[in-house]
Unconditional design. Sequence first.
Length: 236
Amino acid sequence: MLDFAVRIIYEDEAILVINKPAGMLVHPAGKRTSATLLNELFSYWKGFQRLERAGIVHRLDRDTSGIIVVAKTNLAYRSLKKQFQERKVEKKYLAVVKGKFPFDKEEFKIPLGRRGDQITRGLVFKEGKEAITKFRVLQTFSQATVLEVFPKTGRTHQIRASLLFLGYPIIGDRKYGGKKTEIDDSIGRQALHSALIGFFHPLTKRYLTFTAPLPEDMEELLQSLREPMESARGNL
């Protein structure tokens, strides 16, 4: 049942808002045909099988945790899809990146595309589609920075590829992490979490926001980054 694999944040007759754990695919891919979000949705409510794309309006990478909103009617699906297309959906992620990120409260427009059959890999091309992302520095450590990330567009792997291009890849990212360092072993996946989503309810038209707390593995990563600083202060 969905309740055991994914925590429900909110549910009504039109939408389901959930907190996806890291390690779960949204759709089956390759040899991974079970234990996906799609499977869990079908187990939770058979009605998802009758909807456009099973009500799944957007997705998160397998190793990204956090909020996903799912439609429970085709009307809700089309309303949410339109809001995403028109960039009316508010999205905030938390990311922990390598190095001291110098671009506080800055917005970047980076052309991302795909090469050949690398359909799931975001690459920077002059002719690529514009990926717009804003970053805000929350906390800086000696080896890393905690960022709030606000993607304005929804390109494949936008946040991860953009941060690598800027020279500050996400800790633990196996694909876009750049040169592996000791700090990458502090977490078993990319340190990226979908923390907030805001949109207009498909039926009531009220603007709603939902949040998902930072998962345990990212909390542990932050604590491991704090400890050297606390130790240094204690020796003063």
